[in-house]
Ligand binder design. Structure first.
Ligand code: URA
Length: 255
């Protein structure tokens, strides 16, 4: 995955050129340690936001097929499922593990198992197609649906479905929504999960527009973003260009 931009803010702001997440964390720790050394602990407010964009050849190949206007809904759904598997692999690279003692046919050994309960949160309806690929990789994940649509005049999100239980039942929430366009829906989806009490939230999409990425980063700098591509701009109807059109319509054959 290619890291496209990272801004770390303590009470000073600096741009980090660290090539990977581990190095980035170290840089952040050092910065905070320096500030604490100056006796300014109370001033330190840390915000980290990362955007991961895949440059994997399989991803690029499948994404091109997905974008193609000639791709029919059946193939489109298959491609979303396959791309989601690749995205799931990337978006779960920092999940916590715990030891697990097992017996192989030859000996006892200590392996690892996932230590956190994962919640997949598809945003209705376009996010539905991403669930299967993720679920294949993490079959124990819970799936909680939320419904948001864009007002066609203001492009602002309107909530229409949420059946989240009173308290969070998962430790990591992965929002699934293919098109990060204006960012309005993404910001609202994260807010719904934060209101629910979710602490660890990730956003996974297929294609992002620079405007939407910026808006999500500004509103929720603690939420990392995983994408297959970042496109050029939004058109006057807030569609991503070149994009792939309406991700819901193309999956469900309703265009
Ligand atoms: N939603 C879509 O389905 N496509 C876009 O380009 C933007 C929002």
């Amino acid at each position: 995955m290619r890291r496209i931009d990272v801004v770390l803010r303590c009470d000073v702001e600096f741009r980090c050129t660290a090539p990977c997440y581990g190095v980035l964390r170290n840089a952040l720790d050092c910065a905070c340690h320096d500030l604490q050394g100056l006796g300014r602990e109370s001033e330190v407010e840390v915000r980290v936001s990362q955007v991961y964009v895949s440059n994997h050849p399989l991803m690029q190949h499948k994404l091109t097929l997905l974008r193609d206007v000639r791709t029919e809904p059946k193939k489109f759904r298959e491609l979303i499922r396959e791309i989601s598997i690749l995205l799931a692999y990337e978006a779960t690279s920092d999940l916590a593990l715990r030891d697990k003692v097992i017996n192989t046919p030859l000996a006892q050994t200590t392996g690892k198992e996932l230590a956190e309960i994962i919640g997949l949160i598809p945003v209705l309806r376009a996010g539905l197609g991403m669930v299967e690929g993720f679920w294949e990789m993490m079959p124990a994940a819970e799936v909680w649906h939320i419904g948001l649509y864009r007002d066609h005049k203001t492009f602002e999100p309107i909530r229409y479905y949420s059946k989240l239980p009173v308290a969070p039942t998962v430790q990591v929430c992965v929002i699934l929504d293919p098109m990060l366009a204006t960012g309005g829906t993404a910001v609202e989806a994260v807010q719904m999960l934060k209101n629910w009490g979710a602490k660890k939230i990730k956003y996974v999409g297929l294609i992002g527009a620079p405007e939407g990425i910026q808006r999500l980063q500004d509103a929720h700098p603690d939420v990392d973003i995983y994408l297959a591509a970042v496109d050029d701009h939004l058109d006057e109807h807030a569609y991503i260009v070149p994009g792939l059109g309406d991700a819901g319509d193309r999956q469900f054959g309703t265009g």
